[in-house]
Unconditional design. Structure first.
Length: 257
């Protein structure tokens, strides 16, 4: 499984400090054709690369995870054969249609260029359900966030990865990870530094210490953990606090990896 990190921050920010990453919101490209979340697409992929995308897995409806979708659709719309399937839980698909592709904020590409051949279609993925997407199998697991949200266990052959989605303290996804024999990597959010723990609690995100608790629930010290969704403004502080925890097999993701 080839994973390309188009964006891995909780917001977009162009940094004045050249030693800091130029932050893009979350978008992971799997095997050149399947997106996990759609925060960053058009600003990181050429038109030809965008035309190869067949599916977008969405963890939830927050803007930093969907903001690249309108640009993607606009860019590929001139291709008569263009088609992308949105895969998520029913609440996310419904929200995307009601609030973004609704004919007011953006054209309804679930109906355009024609209802018989729209650019966008959707597939509902119920929590706990496993479906096939190309060569991958995907299981959605509900996590604890401020809006309906899921994480994913994604498998290909003898490899599986975990993507936490945006989450606060949760349980089921770590129980699943602990029982997943093929697990090779866990991608877990950490949005705020310890100084903003109250904000993390209210918005249902993680701080470095809270991340440590989730990792201990997974109880898989053999599995590399890749941290994403750092808020750019506090990147250095979060990075320092993560390193101070001395957690094994932990890497802070960077765009372009």
């Amino acid at each position: 499984m080839r994973i390309r990190i188009l964006g891995c921050h909780g917001s977009e920010q162009f940094q004045d400090d050249a030693t800091l990453p130029q932050s893009k919101s979350c978008g992971f490209l799997l095997n050149e054709e399947i997106m996990v979340d759609g925060g960053t697409i058009s600003s990181r992929l050429t038109l030809l690369q965008q035309q190869k995308i067949t599916h977008v897995l969405l963890s939830h409806l927050h803007f930093d995870h969907i903001q690249g979708l309108p640009s993607l659709v606009d860019n590929i719309a001139q291709d008569e054969s263009a088609h992308v399937q949105i895969v998520s839980i029913p609440e996310v698909v419904k929200g995307l249609r009601n609030h973004i592709f609704n004919g007011a904020v953006f054209p309804d590409f679930f109906q355009l260029p024609s209802p018989d051949h729209p650019i966008l279609s959707s597939q509902h993925l119920d929590t706990g359900e496993t479906i096939k997407i190309g060569k991958l199998s995907v299981t959605a697991i509900r996590v604890n966030h401020s809006v309906p949200c899921v994480g994913f266990i994604i498998r290909e052959g003898d490899v599986s990865i975990l993507y936490s989605g945006d989450t606060h303290d949760t349980k089921e996804i770590w129980d699943r990870a602990r029982r997943e024999p093929m697990l090779k990597a866990a991608f877990i959010e950490t949005s705020f530094p310890e100084e903003l723990r109250e904000l993390a609690m209210t918005s249902k995100h993680l701080t470095p210490t809270l991340l440590g608790r989730q990792i201990s629930r997974m109880n898989r010290p053999d599995v590399p953990v890749y941290v994403y969704h750092l808020k750019p403004r506090w990147h250095r502080t979060i990075e320092r606090q993560l390193l101070e925890l001395r957690l094994p097999n932990l890497t802070i993701l960077k765009e372009g990896e």
